[in-house]
Design a protein around this ligand. Structure first.
Ligand code: ZN
Ligand code: ZN
Length: 389
């Protein structure tokens, strides 16, 4: 049965590789995925799915009901590209300057389309299948907006799954991790206000730049002194903007921070300490600091049962040797919003190959590995046919 499935998908490999290249050469960034979502919606309609458009703007959900089964399954793919220049040199490279499918979401979309076509043609399941194509994963809130727009009210799912390709992972091996797998991500801005003035008369001023530097240093004590060494945390001050000229003491400084954790209560502690340190450190210099939370994405937490179900399907399809334990990442993934709203689900990784010269995602030389399309699509088909028996 499983070998038949893979053989049937292989017959479509060229067509879907071509679709992947088409999407790749026309990358669109978060909430601007018009062309991509048109293509997705058109193909799903052609294959007999009920298509709902407009969730989170460019999001698409394709629903296929077979038989009278009461169970429902959701599978999600992301569609957006990155605002960066491609340097892969591939014939299908981006035709749009400054836009690049540098994370392989072109591939994730193609994998799910490939599975969609097979499942609609064969109809070997009993229940409701919801295929969720989301915008703006790279902004870390496309998934959030879909949930807020009523994704799971309109399309109830008993279980949900998502995947990501990963260079450095063994080709077409599947990596699963129970519990926390991807970090929370919070972006914060700290605006420091002092008193501006002449660079030669500091006694009349409060130097916002200097205060920002002290805050940046003090923030590094959160990881080393407030959090147990057994909990991974990153506090990055990625930007300090202050000043124009050597002879002016600045009144304002703007700091931009990225915070990552693998535990929601640790996350709360870290965010709280940033508030305290910024406020009290600024006050100690007679300056003030206001901290604003620009956006945040929760920790991605996998349900062990949903993982076991997928591990078993992968193992039956490809052999137990291709099912691997996954490591946690300090990178983030906004499928976390869907899993937070709907904890019965999991997110796993498909290895994209571990050759030394294979570029990591977000590297300008990266390109999605097309040889993962069929195995990953086979796993979506197998999971659907098993879960919706
Ligand atoms: Zn990415
Ligand atoms: Zn990605």
């Amino acid at each position: 049965m499983t070998q038949q499935l893979i053989a049937a998908l292989r017959e479509q490999e060229e067509i879907f590789t071509e679709i992947r290249h088409q999407i790749h050469s026309h990358p669109e960034v978060g909430f601007e995925e018009h062309r991509t979502s048109d293509l997705v919606a058109r193909l799903l309609e052609e294959w007999g799915y009920q298509v709902h458009r407009g969730l989170a703007g460019t999001g698409v959900v394709g629903t296929l009901k077979v038989g009278d089964g009461q169970r429902s399954l959701g599978i999600r793919a992301d569609m957006d590209a990155l605002p960066m220049q491609e340097a892969s040199g591939k014939p299908w490279a981006s035709e749009i300057p400054g836009r690049f499918h540098g994370c392989g979401h072109d591939g994730h979309t193609t994998i799910l389309l490939c599975a969609a076509q097979y499942l609609a043609k064969t109809r070997q399941f009993n229940g409701t299948l919801n295929l969720i194509f989301q915008p703006a994963e790279e902004l870390l809130y496309g998934g959030k907006v879909m949930v807020e727009d009523g994704l799971f009210d309109l399309f109830p799912c008993d279980r949900i799954y998502g995947l990501h390709n990963m260079p450095g992972g063994k080709l077409n091996h599947f990596y699963f991790r129970d519990g926390p797998m991807m970090a929370s991500a919070d972006t914060l801005h700290i605006e420091v206000t002092g008193v501006g003035g002449h660079g030669a008369m500091p006694e009349y001023c409060v130097d916002a730049t200097l205060v920002a530097c002290h805050i940046a240093t003090a923030l590094q004590t959160i990881v080393s002194r407030n959090i147990t060494p057994f909990e991974p945390v990153v506090v990055t001050v990625g930007s300090i903007q202050a000043g124009e000229a050597p002879n002016i003491i600045n009144e304002k400084a703007l700091m931009k921070l990225s915070v990552r954790t693998l535990n929601e209560s640790v996350r709360e502690t870290v965010l709280q300490r940033i508030q305290e340190i910024a406020g009290t450190m600024a006050a100690s210099f007679n300056a003030s600091a206001s901290v604003s939370h620009v956006n945040g994405c929760p920790v991605l937490v996998n349900d062990p049962q949903a993982n076991d179900f997928a591990r078993e399907a992968a193992s039956d399809l490809f052999g137990a040797e291709r099912v691997e334990p996954g490591k946690p990442f300090m990178g983030s993934e906004d499928f976390a919003f869907m899993l937070k709203h709907h904890p019965q689900g999991s997110y796993f990784v498909v290895g994209a190959g571990d050759e030394a010269d294979r570029c990591m995602v977000h590297n300008p030389g990266y390109d999605f590995n097309d040889s993962t399309i069929i195995p990953a699509a086979a796993l979506w088909c197998e999971l659907t046919q098993r879960y919706l028996r």
